[in-house]
Design a protein around this ligand. Structure first.
Ligand SMILES: [Zn+2]
Length: 339
């Protein structure tokens, strides 16, 4: 654990929040696209891999396995987000990886996307363990010993995926575990209370990690732990005072922003400015908080696309839209014009 330090994954920042908080400094260089998921990287990612690999017995193989481990984790998130049609993108950054995507349509989708990252790593680790176990059981160990590089590659990949999977499941913000545990806690207590508990837990655990890694003199992990404690301090103070939490307040603000976009949309519709209405609909879809706001965002999009002559697109939006008279009329018009 002290040597195999784990890049963290701020997996499932919604793209709307992502735009607000990060903008251009976080934009990466495009590397490749797999299954329609673009992967980009920031130069700091190379530095991270170098820091992790230095001192390893086989630093090049370790570096390659580390990159593979981050990709496996992020694609766990990204493929699940893609399954829900949320247009994911993967960025390899200075803290590990980040998958961004459109806002999920339900807390359950958000939970599954978040959980899929660590689970992908754990499944890969489990499969490699199974293979190595069988190789040993069937007496092929001497055969594998001939291919030493392959054996090293398999063992690094197994350990990296195992340790990163477990590390990312720690209930400390901004790691996946905090979201997973908040979701599970929200099943037995109020959502606000769940956020409060995780806020306290995140800070306490981060301080514990500082002490633990200080004893092991792991400078890199001490820095990571201080960063965790720093970003959790505000929410921790608010939680022990019993006031609102930054994360929930931010979500409330986003919800209010979505309402403002809807109001602007109504004005644009009255002015027959359909292009503006379409743009506002897309913005509201990303900002929407809850099913009602999502349905009203699709309402704007259905009406805008119908009036812009994009009938097929309008018919895609219509089933998810709030079924107002205007939406029903728009749907009927699209159907009659596309038949
Ligand atoms: Zn993750």
């Amino acid at each position: 654990m002290t040597q195999c330090v784990a890049p963290i994954c701020e997996a499932t920042e919604w793209r709307f929040a992502w735009r607000i908080t990060s903008r251009t400094i976080m934009q990466g260089i495009h590397l490749f696209t797999i299954k329609g998921i673009p992967v980009s990287f920031q130069p700091m990612f190379i530095l991270l891999i170098l820091i992790l690999s230095v001192g390893m017995q086989n630093p090049f193989i370790f570096g390659a396995c580390a990159i593979l481990g981050v990709l496996i984790h992020e694609f766990g998130h990204a493929l699940t987000a893609k399954h829900f049609h949320l247009n994911p993108e993967v960025t390899l950054c200075g803290l590990g990886g980040l998958t961004t995507h459109a806002r999920p349509n339900s807390p359950k989708q958000d939970f599954l996307i978040t959980l899929a990252g660590p689970m992908a790593g754990l499944v890969v680790a489990g499969v490699i363990f199974g293979i190595l176990f069988l190789v040993d059981l069937l007496g092929f160990a001497p055969f594998l010993a001939k291919y030493q590089l392959l054996a090293i590659f398999l063992s690094y990949t197994m350990y990296i995926n195992l340790i990163w999977g477990i590390f990312n499941l720690l209930p400390v913000r901004p790691m996946d575990g905090s979201k997973v545990f908040t979701h599970l806690l929200a099943k037995i207590t109020k959502p606000e209370r769940a956020v409060q508990i995780i806020s306290i837990f995140s800070f306490v655990l981060a301080v514990g990690m500082i002490v633990y890694f200080a004893l092991g003199r792991n400078v890199f992990m001490i820095i990571i732990s201080i960063y965790f404690a720093f970003i959790n301090f505000n929410d921790f103070m608010k939680a022990i005072r019993g006031s609102g939490n930054d994360a929930t307040e931010r979500m409330k603000r986003i919800g209010i922003q979505a309402e403002a976009l809807y109001e602007k949309g109504l004005v644009a519709a009255r002015a027959h400015d359909w292009r503006k209405l379409e743009m506002l609909g897309h913005q509201m879809k990303l900002a929407a908080d809850g099913r009602d706001q999502i349905a009203r965002a699709y309402e704007l999009l259905t009406i805008a696309c119908t009036n812009l002559g994009k009938y097929d697109e309008a018919l895609e939006y219509a089933p998810r839209a709030k079924q107002t008279d205007a939406v029903k009329q728009a749907t009927a018009r699209c159907k009659s014009l596309t038949q």
